[in-house]
Design a protein around this ligand. Structure first.
Ligand code: 3PG
Ligand code: MG
Length: 395
């Protein structure tokens, strides 16, 4: 069993918490603070027990150099507001300003480092580069706490290499995520098992398909995920988001699937561009105009997906069905969320964007069995893959 923060003494000790505070931003406004709230129990407990807490995270994909668009400064301010205390934000990661802030921190203090991905070493494929960065992150640290579940599938310095160098424990978020996700590994207890996949980060999720075909009774495919499959069926997808290499893989998966195992949208909401004021129309999946892109599943598909979800014993959902941030393209995502909330299945919603979507559409987290803060991470976990962030804690 992994050690938790309740198993270790923390008073007066320097504790580095790797959180996932990668929240959606709208300018410098936090569009959904779910991941910050999910990190509160661990941070509040450590602070109240008199630890000297350093919290670190990535935000977005700034590409290995400082880019103020991706600064964690607004996140530090927001966290301070939620905790009702000041969060010291020195504005660097392992430089002299962070050093000084950490050295000056009293017991019960809290320092947030700047975006870890401002340093290319964080995500480097070179073990030495990551190791050197991890040495610097670990230098002042007495205890490492893994609580950034959403990033634990990444073999990154702060996720994988730092815990190899420190006494480590898991935080409350990771503990809760792992306990919930264990219900979806190996044999799901309540068939039929329905998986709903959507979202825009298609490449990340595509690899999961093969193993999901072996475990899921039905896979409902929406969002940008649907386009390689529609293209593989020989349909024209207009200007929809589509990566060429994925069409062959989609064709292979369609060939492997049992009849009816993969359900694709039969109609779509299309427009010429992603904008609230662009004229939109509903078209059959085989009639997407050449100059238009699919931005949501259509009403017929939404009703069919909802009906399938209604028959499920267990549902896992990762990735919105469309561009839910705009009301004109939110209906498909809303229909899936409603069907999950109404049904009697054990339901799991996974992912930063998917969690943000249900909250933006007015659903409470407790309308679902579990709302995971990690999309990619939960998808890898339910495939039975070892997450690098968990593997590093078990050595
Ligand atoms: C996420 O949002 O999925 C996690 O924070 C991981 O981010 P990444 O996909 O950029 O590694
Ligand atoms: Mg995500």
């Amino acid at each position: 069993m992994m050690k938790t923060i309740d198993d270790v003494a923390v008073e007066g000790r320097c504790v580095l918490v790797r959180a996932d505070l990668n929240v959606p931003l709208d300018g410098d406004r936090i569009a959904d603070d779910g991941r910050i709230r999910a990190s509160l129990p661990t941070l509040a407990a450590l602070v109240s027990r008199g630890a000297r807490v350093i919290v670190c995270s990535h935000l977005g994909r700034p590409g290995g150099r400082p880019d103020l668009k991706y600064s964690l400064a607004p996140v530090a301010a927001h966290l301070g507001g939620l905790l009702g205390r000041e969060v010291d934000f020195p504005g660097d990661i392992v430089g002299p300003e962070a050093h000084a802030a950490i050295a000056a921190m009293p017991p019960g203090g809290l320092v947030m480092l700047e975006n870890l991905r401002f340093d290319a070493a964080e995500t480097s494929k070179d073990d030495m580069a990551r190791g050197y960065f991890a040495d610097q992150l670990a230098a002042p640290v007495d205890l490492y706490v893994a609580d950034g579940f959403g990033a634990m599938h990444r073999k990154h310095a702060s996720v994988y290499d730092v815990p190899l160098r420190c006494v480590s424990a898991v935080g409350y978020l990771v503990q809760a995520e792992v306990a919930a996700l264990r219900r979806l590994t190996a044999q799901v207890q309540r068939p039929p098992y329905v998986v709903v996949l959507g979202g825009a980060k298609v490449a990340d999720k595509f690899d999961a398909f093969g193993s999901l075909l072996a475990t899921a009774d039905r896979i409902l495919v929406g969002g940008a995920m649907a386009f390689p499959f529609l293209a593989a069926r020989g349909l024209k997808t207009g200007t929809s988001l589509l990566e060429a290499g994925q069409v062959d893989a989609a064709a292979r998966y369609l060939g492997q699937a049992a009849p009816g195992q993969i359900e694709l949208p039969s109609d779509l909401v299309v427009a010429t561009r992603i904008a609230a004021d662009a004229p939109r129309q509903i078209v059959a999946a085989d009639a997407i105009p050449a100059d238009q892109m699919g931005l949501d599943i259509g009403p017929e598909s939404a009703a069919r997906f909802a009906a399938t979800i209604g028959t499920a014993g267990t549902v896992f959902w990762n990735g919105p069905e469309g561009v839910f941030e705009l009301a004109s393209y939110a209906a498909g995502t809303r229909a899936v969320a409603q069907a999950m909330a109404d049904g009697s299945a054990f339901t799991m919603v996974g992912g930063g964007d998917t969690g943000a979507a249900i909250r933006a559409l007015g659903f409470a987290d407790d309308a679902f069995g579990h709302v995971s803060t990690g999309g990619g991470a939960s998808l890898e976990f339910i495939q039975g893959k070892t997450l690098p962030g968990l593997a590093a804690l078990e050595v």
